[in-house]
Design a protein around this ligand. Structure first.
Ligand code: NAP
Length: 456
């Protein structure tokens, strides 16, 4: 019997797990999978991205837990590739290496005033309210009464919803304690969601749009003229028989017919407007956003684009979240497409600038295709990468590791390595604390606290 193929997967988000599932779930090539994660906790965006009030989405972790119990799987948490281990260390211990590091940064709006006090990336707010250790000490001034969220994707909707919900609606979830406390003191009264194109081009999905109309403490407000269908979008919808978008328009147009019911907060969904500048007060803090009205035009590539009309408006807001997309971060030693924020690849095989695949190196998930799709989208994506890896292995195209098992090296470089059994302990501690508090889980949000809980 030949020794199993040793595979390292870097990044324990959904993509890393889906890939490990594919690799360990096949029986033609014997493999072992070591899953590395720089945080002590697994699940990536399922833990630190999915909104706390969307608990069902987190059930996907059950299948990840099943996988973790399979022979041939190991978890090395709290191990940073680049700090504790180098790419060269991995190359000398593994036949195949796949990066599933996601998109760890965010896109900018590129407008004057973007860096004023009170203007933040939505991704940081999301990581903060979800208790990500790197973001838990950030401060968001929720004494602001009016907030603008730029972008109309599902992240923007999550942020707007968390701001518009009453703290009691969130109190039973696994939202970070510090965030719940801050939201209890929140004075936010008006939240604007700002889409640069029309309602038919809104990136959020229908269940998320519907939820906005069901908030206990916030009336939803939409302008009828901003959600009326225009000829360009109508032609597109007719061409593609796009029933989902028609449904989305129905939802939004129904909102436009609603009268306010006197709820304490208001959520305004605006379309066909782009921020052009954030205006500051004498302390360098946001006091307003200048927006321009757009019209829709057909782009050269056939897509529908927003074009400024020259008609401006000033929104008085004192807190701004840009939610215009996540962005991948370069991995030292690997080629990188700066503009798209992804690693160039062919079916998951990392390619050099001449387009040639580099033996033994792969990518999957958002670092491969960019920050799009829902969690499940990463499954077929992982299947494609896994297929390429196994095909290459069958053809003898792998790295040639010179060293044996890596565990002792990992432990010597990072004595605080977190194993799967450690994570199970930590997870139980969080779940039990949750039970006592009538919540799904109380997250530990500092690495030192997590390690202390495990060691205790
Ligand atoms: P997204 O879906 O790509 O949305 C980005 C939004 O930003 C779009 O509305 C886009 O408008 C807008 N935008 C981009 N540049 C802009 C600019 N310069 N000015 C104004 N607006 C701008 O990204 P996301 O919301 O970050 O979500 C990432 C992925 O995670 C998505 O696939 C999303 O569905 C998924 N996700 C899913 C859930 C869920 O299932 N509940 C929750 C969170 C995230 P244009 O369309 O005009 O470019």
């Amino acid at each position: 019997m030949t020794d199993p193929l040793r595979i390292a997967v870097i990044g324990a988000g959904p993509s890393g797990f889906f890939l490990a599932e594919k690799l360990l779930g096949q029986d033609t090539t014997p493999v072992t999978v070591d899953l590395y994660e720089r945080l002590p906790t697994p699940y990536g965006l399922v833990r630190y991205g999915v909104a706390p009030d969307h608990e069902k989405i987190k059930n996907v972790t059950r299948s990840f837990d099943k996988l973790a119990a399979r022979p041939g799987f190991r978890f090395f948490g709290n191990v940073d590739i680049g700090t504790h281990l180098s790419l060269e260390d991995l190359r000398s211990h593994y036949h195949l290496i796949c990066f599933t590091t996601g998109a760890q940064s965010d896109r900018r709006m590129g407008i004057p005033g973007e860096d004023l006090e009170g203007s933040h990336p939505a991704t940081e707010f999301v990581a903060w309210y979800n208790g990500h250790p790197d973001y838990r000490d950030l401060r968001f001034d929720l004494s602001a009464e009016r907030v603008a969220v730029v972008g109309v994707g599902n992240v923007a909707v999550d942020v707007a919803r968390i701001l518009a919900k009453s703290p009691d609606e969130l109190a039973t979830t696994d939202i970070a304690d510090h965030a719940l406390e801050a939201l209890r003191q929140s004075r936010v009264k008006e939240v604007y969601l700002l889409g640069r194109r029309g309602a038919a081009q809104a990136a959020f999905t229908n269940p998320e749009a519907k939820e906005l109309g069901e908030l206990e403490g916030a009336d939803v407000h939409v302008l009828a003229n901003e959600v009326a269908i225009d000829p360009l979008s109508e032609a597109e919808l007719a061409k593609e028989e796009d029933t989902a978008t028609r449904k989305k328009l129905d939802i939004l147009q129904e909102y436009a017919r609603r009268a306010p019911t006197g709820k304490p907060k208001r959520l305004s969904i605006r379309f066909l407007v782009s921020p052009v500048e954030l205006l500051g007060d004498e302390h360098g803090h946001v006091r307003a956003m200048k927006i321009v009205r757009n019209q829709l035009v057909a782009g050269k590539d056939g897509s529908i684009k927003a074009e400024p009309t020259g008609e401006y408006e000033e929104l008085p807001v004192d807190l701004v979240f840009r939610s215009v997309g996540y962005k991948g971060v370069a991995i030292p030693g690997l080629p990188f497409d700066e503009r798209r924020g992804v690693v160039p690849h062919q079916k998951g095989r990392v390619t050099d600038p001449s387009g040639q695949p580099a033996a033994g190196l792969y990518v999957s998930g958002w670092i491969k295709r960019g920050p799009s799709g829902v969690i499940g989208t990463n499954k077929p994506d992982a299947a494609e990468t896994a297929e390429a890896m196994l095909e290459d292995a069958a053809a003898g195209i792998t790295l040639a590791p010179s060293a044996g098992d890596i565990e002792s090296l990992v432990r010597s470089r990072q004595p605080d390595v977190v194993t799967w059994a450690d994570w199970v302990t930590l997870s139980q501690i969080e779940a039990e604390a949750g039970k006592r508090a009538g919540r799904s889980r109380v997250k530990l949000t500092r690495v030192a606290e997590m390690l202390a809980a495990i060691r205790h």
